[in-house]
Design a protein around this ligand. Structure first.
Ligand code: BF8
Length: 500
């Protein structure tokens, strides 16, 4: 027996597990892993800063009508930020072999994980980050591999934890010959907080090393390819790990637990990089010089504070804007990114795009992050900023989130974290789109049950569509305009009939 395989309905496993049970368990484990990563990130930052969130954090932060709806549907996690780890552990227990075999109940657990991820992961990490480092400011920045420098000592910083970013950025200011670049979400944080260039997203992280120009790669946790260990051995790059949970073979380990150890690690990482400069092979510099294209210029650093939310609400009411689309999550090498970029470029004529994570990099490298059509809101935990903007837009329009033309699209998901983010927005009442590979297969009973639960209890919906052209047509012709029509039909709720 085992591991569980999906033979397709109506077949059952030898243990009697149905297709629905196996898919619900797998989805729950995916969402629990995503929530564990975001909540772990927030908890680690809280420990680093010596800060705790209030026990009633979720109750205070969530829209009151949703909080009541989630509570009556049994979707609310236990109160208190520290309870999230118990809930995640219970979700793993419930989905272990031979524990909970009521797949309808496991589907509820899935939404509980998504809600917990939103508040004790995304919102908590963003609030702690902002409390310590301040809100980002809108500014111009540069992005892609051209941000590396053939003349300077290059240090790439990769991962998700702002403590490490902050320490290295502070220390690097003392060394004029050091060029710092960011990778993945750390890169997004770097870019918005310090204007330091973003060299690569997840899919391009190996290219950073393969440039042959990087003296040190400093990583913390999440989305760091295990292949980087081997790759650093093939080039001269020193690999440095800083999170005790995320060790890598062949790396120098400089654990960061507090401000002191962060400063120490930053200093040592820079020393190692400076010393390693002589090991760089000159051929790479010449190749870089010949092939280098100018970096993409982007506008970054948008936040719930500096985005003109009342102005957007007014445009939505007047019909000058058809809706707002949040483009979030990963860029998957299995998918054709160009098709998605085309779809969002087309949609940006009628819809405002808010974007984070690796998708923000992808849109930026195609010229969309001009501060008008698409706004960069930061790293993946900073999707909390988008949730805040959505909530505020709904308030200003006198509606619920579910009756606003708001969509979240995660077109090329890879990680468990991106699945958790999408489902959190669905639990808020948004339409949540996933492209392939889907976290749950379309047309299955499990997807149907999730869709029904979302619709009935939260007002949200799930859109599973892997073809960018079909997606674009669905959004433009039916999905978001339908919000206004539905609202008109409902009458009496908010300002019915004011949409386009
Ligand atoms: O958290 S978008 S590949 S980098 S999971 Fe990872 Fe996906 Fe990129 Fe940041 Ni987010």
């Amino acid at each position: 027996m085992g591991p569980c395989r999906l033979a397709g309905p109506p077949a059952k496993g030898v243990c009697g597990a149905s297709h629905e049970l196996i898919t619900a368990k797998n989805l729950l484990r995916t969402l629990a892993a995503g929530a564990a990563a975001h909540c772990g990130q927030a908890a680690r930052l809280g420990e680093y800063l010596g800060k705790k969130l209030p026990a009633a954090y979720l109750a205070r932060k969530a829209p009151a009508y949703l909080y009541r709806a989630w509570r009556s549907a049994g979707l609310l996690p236990a109160p208190g930020p520290s309870s999230c780890f118990r809930e995640i552990s219970e979700a793993m227990h419930a989905s272990a072999m031979g524990v909970n075999s009521d797949w309808g109940d496991l589907v509820k657990w899935c939404l509980k994980m998504a809600i917990l991820d939103g508040y004790y992961g995304l919102h908590a990490a963003t609030a702690l980050e902002d409390g310590k480092f301040g809100k980002p400011e809108a500014r111009e920045g540069a992005l892609n591999l051209a941000c590396l420098s053939a003349r300077k000592v290059n240090i790439a910083v990769h991962g998700h934890e702002p403590a490490m970013v902050e320490a290295i950025a502070g220390e690097a200011r003392r060394h004029a010959g050091v060029n710092l670049v960011g990778v993945c979400c750390t890169g997004a944080t770097f870019l918005s907080a310090h204007g330091i260039p973003l060299a690569a997203h997840f899919t391009l992280q190996e290219e950073v090393i393969a440039s042959g120009l990087v003296e040190a790669l400093v990583v913390d946790s999440q989305c760091i390819l295990p292949s980087l260990s081997d790759l650093c051995e093939c080039y001269h790059t020193r690999l440095i790990t800083t999170n005790p949970l995320a060790r890598m073979p062949g790396a120098v380990h400089l654990p960061i637990t507090d401000a002191r150890s962060a400063r120490r690690a930053a200093k040592r990482a820079i020393e190692l990089a400076l010393r390693n400069r002589s090991a760089r092979k000159p051929g790479y510099e010449a190749a870089f010089g010949e092939n280098r294209q100018p970096p993409a210029r982007v506008v970054i650093g948008s936040s719930e504070e500096n985005v003109d939310v009342p102005g957007i609400a007014a445009k939505l009411r007047r019909g000058g804007l058809k809706g707002v689309i949040a483009v979030v999550g990963c860029v998957n090498p299995r998918s054709e990114a160009a098709g998605w970029v085309d779809a969002f470029t087309e949609l940006s004529r009628d819809y405002l795009i808010l974007t984070t994570g690796c998708m923000a990099f992808e849109l930026g490298s195609h010229g969309l992050l001009d501060g008008k059509r698409a706004l960069h809101l930061g790293s993946c935990v900073n999707n909390a900023r988008i949730a805040d903007i959505f909530g505020r837009l709904a308030e200003l329009c006198g509606r619920r989130i579910s009756s606003m033309p708001l969509l979240v699209s995660c077109p090329m998901p890879i990680t468990e974290k991106s699945a958790a983010i999408g489902f959190y927005f669905a639990a808020l009442g948004c339409a949540a789109h996933f492209g392939g590979p889907f976290p749950v297969a379309p047309g299955t009973a499990t997807a149907g049950a999730l869709g029904a639960l979302l619709k009935n209890e939260c007002g949200g919906e799930l859109l599973l569509e892997a073809d960018p052209r079909v997606f674009r047509e669905k959004v433009a012709k039916t999905l978001l305009p339908a919000f206004w029509g539905r609202e008109r039909a409902r009458r009496g709720c908010g300002r019915a009939g004011t949409g386009p």
